[in-house]
Design a binder for this molecule. Structure first.
Ligand SMILES: C[S@@+](CC[C@H](N)C(=O)[O-])C[C@H]1O[C@@H](n2cnc3c(N)ncnc32)[C@H](O)[C@@H]1O
Length: 372
């Protein structure tokens, strides 16, 4: 197995951002679908994709696609995959199952049948009946949609949003992958001032700092496929070395404020854990006291919006709208699920529907705040 079909998943609405990232990494042709991108590449690229992509959620290898109307179809097609070339003899096999608009619905039966087929192929190769399953994890996703089955091997093992720097978080932290996507969407460059006046645990600024310093988000993470014989260690070493060599030491101008002193302490801890504590200035400040001396800057922020945070939300937006009126020439990006946003703020120049986990939000973008 050298040429492979890879599926990089992302949140709905962020496929273009992920596509842009892939293009910047030198991947020319791929297909965008809802919440994911499919690309044909080589097995040796799996480490580079897991280590470097900022806006992808997981990296899968697509092992098979077939019509699947019943359990026999599922079993027979799974037997055709050379599992013994993929799974180490002591590998732990974890089958997950998803079914949308398909005849097969039973999760536990499908998981059982799939695992049985995989074990049958391993028995033939290893000439034994029982496997310890004490080794590396192999998460296999059997996904059915409209009676078409896709068999996906999860090379990441955990969501790529888990960068490892968030030892602590505030009440409603933003997903790291979404924060990275906001930075990309804003086209912020690392010599420009960036402010988050509702920074919470600091996710947006930490992601900006990692990007600004060209630090790969997965440099310190471990991935399931790192323990597989399928992908030789030399590919991981060379992807990590290449990523390390790209890190710069540029001076960054990043500022984070929040009214909650405890949350600011958490943001500072997270930033140092991410290795970017020196690039961000955090301070405890209510939006009421927002004043800026910078002539031009970016604001990328995720203010409170009621789902998980309570309090007088409308008042916060009224104050914010007043404060931002005077920021002539700034670029402002506000991600919120607050439904009355447009009643309080002037019409945004552009907006985009996005999801923060399951919560529907809009990214309201203002390019010419002097029109406020
Ligand atoms: C949705 S959370 C931001 C989460 C952040 N993006 C993160 O990843 O952790 C909103 C933040 O706004 C802060 N906040 C609420 N009212 C505020 C105010 N009047 N002025 C400044 N910050 C405020 C809360 O303390 C909370 O940390």
């Amino acid at each position: 197995m050298t040429d492979i079909s890879v599926i990089a998943t992302t949140s709905f609405g962020l496929e273009t951002v992920l596509g842009f990232e892939l293009k910047n990494m030198g991947y020319e042709s791929f297909v965008k679908e809802n919440g994911r991108i499919i690309l044909n590449t080589e097995l040796s690229k799996i480490p580079e994709l897991n280590i470097n992509l900022r806006t992808a959620e997981r990296i899968f290898i697509r092992l098979a696609v077939f019509k699947c109307l019943d359990f026999d179809d599922l079993y027979d097609n799974l037997l055709k995959i050379s599992w013994a070339d993929i799974i180490n003899e002591d590998g732990k096999i974890i089958v997950n199952f998803k079914s949308v608009k398909s005849a097969i619905k039973s999760i536990s039966n499908s998981q059982g049948i799939s695992k049985k087929a995989i074990i049958e192929t391993l028995k033939k190769r290893y000439k034994k009946d029982w496997f310890t399953e004490t080794g590396a994890d192999y998460k296999i996703l059997v996904s059915l949609q409209n009676d078409m089955a896709e068999i996906l091997l999860d090379t990441s093992g955990h969501g790529l949003n888990r960068r490892g720097y968030r030892a602590h978080h505030g009440e409603a932290p933003l997903r790291e992958t979404l924060a990275a996507s906001l930075i990309d969407l804003s086209r912020w460059r690392n010599d420009e001032v960036l402010i988050d006046p509702f920074c919470g645990s600091g996710t947006i600024l930490i992601e900006a700092a990692l990007k600004g310093r060209n630090t790969a988000p997965g440099l310190k993470s471990e991935f399931d496929s790192e323990k597989w014989d399928l992908i030789p260690q030399k590919f991981w070493d060379s992807a990590r070395n290449a990523a390390k060599n790209k890190i710069n030491n540029d001076e960054l101008h990043l500022y984070g404020y929040d009214k909650d002193a405890e949350v600011i302490a958490i943001a500072k801890k997270n930033a140092s854990k991410a290795g970017v504590g020196d690039c961000i200035t955090f301070a405890c400040r209510d939006i009421k006291n927002f004043s800026e001396s910078h002539k031009k800057a970016f604001i990328i922020t995720n203010p409170p919006y009621g789902e998980r945070l309570t309090g007088d939300i409308a008042e916060v937006y009224t104050v914010m709208s007043e404060k931002f009126k005077t920021l002539h020439g700034w670029r402002i990006y506000i991600l919120t699920g607050f439904e009355n946003f447009s009643k309080i703020f002037r019409r945004s120049d552009k907006n985009r529907k996005l999801y923060n986990g399951k919560i529907k939000c809009h990214l309201h973008m203002f390019f010419n705040p002097e029109k406020n």
